[in-house]
Design a protein around this ligand. Structure first.
Ligand code: GLN
Length: 441
């Protein structure tokens, strides 16, 4: 714990505010005492971890990396985090991210751009960039990210580590700052499949405070070391044949497919929606939901209030001065697609497309056990580039957002480069995803 706190205090842009040092050291001393007394300790006891700054943790501010919530004190602790605390894990730090999860590079933040762990000229990825870089650099053993459209998987890929977006509803969203509630997922970022498994088990479960949660069985360590149930793998032909994919990523992906074939697995190509359709469906729904979720941040109950002449002006000034350009773009876009005259043509069409995408997945999983994809069509961009072209940034999410709309379990495994391979299974089959990751090793 001491060592990691020292590394974290180097003031890289991975962290927000101060470290949780005092409390962490006290907790660590208690675990030391138990060890000295010969008591047995649990798997997560004494393990230092980081938390994306969108989770309520009592005794910390939860800023969502936004000026609007710069001084917001968490009123309670998120269920997922509480479960880790109950298991004895030690929180060290709240982590920098794209403000409210809006972004793919961790540059949309008041705490400075997160730098890639492999090449600091490149972005750390987003929105859970601080969390991924802290794990990659061994500043934390694991971190808890949030994934609405790729925010765990993409930074994990960019930093060459593991990141899981579990099935929607496997882990409670209670106490996470809502971005797009219908696809928001809590998940672990770590350096091994085993660590992902342990943290996933600790956080999973039904929660009366989040009615979308379901009860799930623990995933057993030995059960995911067999190859039972892994016979066929599919990939989307249009993803790999697209003009948008970089030649190196295509080559990496196809060589992973060859290795899988050599292990005796049947590989099928599948048809899927075009990237542009996936990206526009996702952003239509995500913007609509975030416009609605963020409407409460007007400086009355929440937010850095800026007083103006009257109440309406106070709302306007508070929001326009404190929200970032990217967040404002999404609020404006979201309110537009929800407004009369547009909602039938745009928002309802988005909902219908989401159903069609989910049905497509259901059919696919009758043909294959696992779907594979690169995490992104391109390598991480240079710091500064994504801010210049938001549309290009949205398109970089082309391979992650579809699985989010399908609410499927999906894991990034490192490929040795700053990309990563994405392993997806049918709904609630998170176990098969982890099993396949072990099978690939
Ligand atoms: N990059 C995507 C977006 O900006 C995904 C972000 C996320 O998963 N929080 O919406």
């Amino acid at each position: 714990v001491k060592e990691k706190l020292a590394l974290l205090s180097q003031n890289t842009n991975n962290t927000v505010n101060s470290l949780l040092s005092d409390k962490a050291l006290k907790l660590a001393a208690k675990v030391d005492e138990k060890i000295v007394n010969g008591e047995t300790i649990g798997l997560l006891e004494g393990i230092p971890f980081g938390i994306k700054d969108v989770y309520m943790v009592q005794g910390t501010t939860t800023t969502a990396s936004s000026n609007l919530l710069k001084n917001y004190k968490s009123a309670y602790t998120a269920t997922a985090i509480q479960k880790l605390l109950d298991a004895g894990a030690i929180p060290l730090v709240k982590e920098n991210c794209d403000s409210f999860g809006h972004g793919s590079s961790s540059e949309n933040t008041i705490f400075g751009a997160v730098k890639n762990a492999i090449n600091p000229e490149l972005v750390g990825g987003g929105s859970s960039g601080g969390s991924a870089v802290n794990v990659a650099k061994d500043y934390t053993v694991f971190s808890i990210g949030g994934d609405t459209g790729g925010s765990i998987r993409q930074p994990a890929g960019y930093n060459n580590i593991y990141g899981l977006k579990p099935t929607y509803g496997r882990i409670s969203r209670y106490g996470i700052m809502a971005y797009a509630s219908s696809t928001d997922c809590v998940g672990p970022i770590a350096k091994s499949v085993e660590d992902i498994r342990i943290v996933l088990n600790a956080m999973s479960g039904k929660d009366v405070k989040d009615q979308t949660t379901y009860a799930s069985a623990e995933i057993d360590a030995d059960a995911i070391k067999t190859s039972e149930g892994i016979k066929t793998v599919g990939y989307f032909k249009n993803f790999i044949e697209s003009d948008a994919i970089s030649p190196e990523i295509k080559a990496d992906f196809l060589s992973a497919i060859e290795k899988i074939k050599a292990k005796g697995i049947e590989v099928k190509t599948l048809d899927f929606f075009e990237s542009n359709t996936l990206v526009s469906t996702y952003y239509t729904l995500a913007m609509a939901e975030t416009a609605s979720n963020l409407s409460r941040l007007d400086g009355t109950n929440y937010g850095n209030r800026i007083e103006a002449e009257n109440l309406k002006e106070t709302y306007a000034v508070t929001r326009s001065e404190n929200f970032s350009e990217e967040t404002k773009r999404r609020i404006v876009g979201g309110n537009q697609v929800l407004s009369q005259g547009f909602s039938d043509a745009i928002y309802l069409k988005g909902l219908a497309l989401r159903d069609a995408i989910a049905n497509n997945f259901e059919d696919d999983f009758k043909k294959v056990d696992i779907i594979l994809s690169p995490v992104t069509p391109n390598r991480p961009p240079k710091i500064g580039d994504s801010l210049k072209d938001p549309h290009a940034m949205y398109l970089s999410d082309a391979y992650t957002v579809g699985f989010s709309l399908g609410q499927l379990p999906t894991l990034t495994v490192p490929q040795g480069t700053e990309t990563g391979l994405q392993i997806t299974a049918a709904k609630q089959n998170d176990e098969l995803v982890l099993k396949f990751a072990n099978f690939l090793k």
